[in-house]
Ligand binder design. Structure first.
Ligand SMILES: CC(C)(COP(=O)(O)OP(=O)(O)OC[C@H]1O[C@@H](n2cnc3c(N)ncnc32)[C@H](O)[C@@H]1OP(=O)(O)O)[C@@H](O)C(=O)NCCC(=O)NCCS
Length: 151
């Protein structure tokens, strides 16, 4: 594959900025009413720079060293069991449909098994068919609905 997959380097400010800039825009793709608040970029840079060791932050990098995909899973405890909660997953538009997201998810699954996680939870917008398809292909099942009423 033309990409390298590795853990995010939270100590590299250039890498962290390049991820944070794209990361805060993902929800806006699905809800135009959501716009990044002024402090969101700096907050995200700070939180990515201070990742807990038990969380999983993985990147796909192209041959020039640019991050083209990102996957972040936070380890939580639910009913006394360790679980993974997917916080974000995205791939640059120029590199989609090349298996990058699939590989990021399979790497996360291996990590989760090594960690002895009970399961990995993920959620997405209802109109995000690519994400739903990808998850179902990899064995994820729909187990709940998240409802919203805008006020
Ligand atoms: C969803 C997303 C991460 C997929 O990344 P990707 O690297 O293109 O996905 P992959 O190439 O690994 O695709 C694997 C499978 O997912 C499904 N899939 C991916 N993109 C799809 C699309 N546009 N339409 C339908 N199915 C799609 C297919 O089943 C695909 O397998 P195939 O290519 O053999 O048919 C990417 O489209 C993205 O970044 N979207 C915007 C951000 C986003 O929605 N993030 C999730 C927020 S919850």
């Amino acid at each position: 594959m033309e990409f390298e997959f590795r853990r995010m380097n939270g100590a590299d400010p250039v890498e962290v900025l390049s991820i944070a800039e794209r990361d805060i825009l993902i929800p806006t793709l699905f809800d135009p009413d959501l716009q990044p608040a002024p402090t969101m970029l700096s907050d995200r840079i700070q939180s990515l720079g201070k990742m807990r060791d038990e969380d999983f932050a993985d990147v796909a990098v192209d041959s020039s060293g640019h991050v083209v995909g990102f996957h972040l899973i936070r380890k939580d405890i639910f009913f006394g069991r360790a679980v993974g909660n997917v916080s974000t997953l995205w791939v640059d538009p120029a590199h989609r449909r090349k298996g990058v997201a699939k590989n990021l998810k399979l790497r996360a699954e291996r990590w989760g098994r090594e960690q002895g996680l009970y399961c990995i939870y993920t959620h997405t917008f209802v109109q995000n068919e690519p994400m739903v398809d990808l998850n179902k292909k990899l064995g994820f099942e729909i187990i709940s609905y998240r409802l919203q009423k805008k006020l």
